[in-house]
Design a protein around this ligand. Sequence first.
Ligand code: ADP
Ligand code: MG
Length: 608
Amino acid sequence: MNTMRIFLSRLVTHPLALTVLLVALFFGASYLRGATLQILSFALVSILFTQSINVLTGMAGQISLGHAAFFGIGSYGSAILAQALGLNLFLTIPVAAIVSSLIAYLLSYPAGRVKEVYLAMMTLGFGQIFLEVAREWTDLTGGVMGLSGVPSAGLGTLIILGYKFSTIDYFRVLLLITACSMLFIRNFSQSRLGRSLFVMHYSELAAGSVGIARRQTKQLAYALSGLLAGISGGFYAHLVGYLGPESFAISRSIEVLVVAIVGGLWSSAGQVISAVFFTFLPEQLQLFADYQFIVYGLILTFTLILFKQGIGGLLFLPPRFIRQAWLVAATQPQRSDAPTNEPAFLKIQAKPAGIEVQAITMRFGGLVALNAVSLNIQAGQITALIGPNGSGKSTLVNVIAGVFPPTAGQVLLEGLDVTARSDVAMAKMGVVRTFQDPRLVPHFTVRENMMLGAHVKMQYSWLEAGLSMPRVRAQEAKALQQCNEILQLLDIEAVAEQAVESLPYGYRRMTELGRALLAQPKIILLDEPAAGLSDLEMARLAEILVKLKRLGITVLLIEHHMDFLMGLVDEVVVLDSGSIIFKGDMLGMRQDPAVIAAYLGDDEAQHA
Ligand code: ADP
Ligand code: MG
């Protein structure tokens, strides 16, 4: 089973195999009957449309029940422009697709504020509004009577610059466009931006912690998805030659979701198979035409029960989100053999940064989680924050990192007032944190997760990513090199290419630390980094923290293990019920009566 998957995965990602397939289809088209070509063209339209769901739902995790609207905007847009202005589809489809993309971009504003069921409802509503407009705006869309006479190859009315497009020509154009779009998405998915879409799916907090802007990332997902849906809709219009509003009803939105899910979300190869299957299926099901959607429903249900990852998960290895050739190249140069080496790129060039909180109060409703806490986190030192559960430690980290604006008080970063700046802004200023419960993309490898930290250090755009411009390769290669250094520092090179969901807890913690380090922090905030680690892993973590300190990075860490903190930290701060009850060194802390009473207990004190 697994060998078959490996074989098939190699096949569908092999440039030569893909070229052969493309050439075979391109030239083989002349031997196919018109009806077959027509169905194959429908399959290509469906593949393109499914890729739009792949980006929005598969990658970014944003469900849409109204995607037929973007498909419809592409269709009507191109058809109307062609009819009204006599323009050809090489102009009308791009224009219509850009309009669709812009509308999707605008939809991302309200949609970005809601999740799950609410998002489903909102997109459903959007689809319904589009349908009503298509029905009612008779002058433009022909209303319920539809729009006929759209220039179409099938009808022999598609004439561009005096050349009459046949069904074969149309199929070939569509084939090339689909192939290029899929290559674009493949490149995009293996870039910083493609990876950033996935982190939105699993943890928006994690995204913010390394400076990935949530709203922009969602805007990108919607705009790109709208563009692809628009292109597929445009090609649909000139394939059928007639548009009626019922073609863009909710059933089409559902259908494309079914195709994507049965194919396997984020598996382009699986989706291609699924799209072809679902295009040919209705032909085979002529008898059951009325029950078509019941059949879809049954297939979907069985897919979700039997193989959650769909056809893609069944036939292929999970896709990777780093370009493998670049990875190999980045790993080639002999790695430094001295394991004590610290990653040079992490070295703080100017002087280390300190952060100060002044009279921070944080209320959650009636609960006072932090009560006028003032604290100076010394530049270039390791400060430990300890205290009983619920004493407000994580809340303090959240306030400093910009997750919550404090109810009162100020946060100063090197004297600059940064109170209530967002987590994204703080991360960009070099304040990076990890979480008490690691927040990772489960199906990403250790390395892919870590590369999320390098997101803001790279600058290339989505267009450059999709077109795989030289700048992309240069920046990715540099980040991959840095990633190697961090993997070495954390001593997790052996598991670098394994999905984090398959790894023990300790590795996940290390992966999260690695992600934070790739963001090149000046100040790193670690929320219980040693929780769940073995003694061996804890000793390694202590060594790593010492190295970070030597590099000039300021460390704040929340921790419970006294043995771990002993000899490691410069200063310890004890919180109890939202107030600081002790500041000083470890020895002083262990003898302090207030700390003993509130936190350590007599037992612990005797061990001191
Ligand atoms: P610690 O990390 O020291 O265990 P926390 O900072 O997580 O403690 O929590 C401090 C108090 O604030 C707890 O009573 C907790 O229930 C409350 N709290 C933390 N975060 C929130 C939140 N987002 N909403 C409401 N209450 C919260
Ligand atoms: Mg906590």
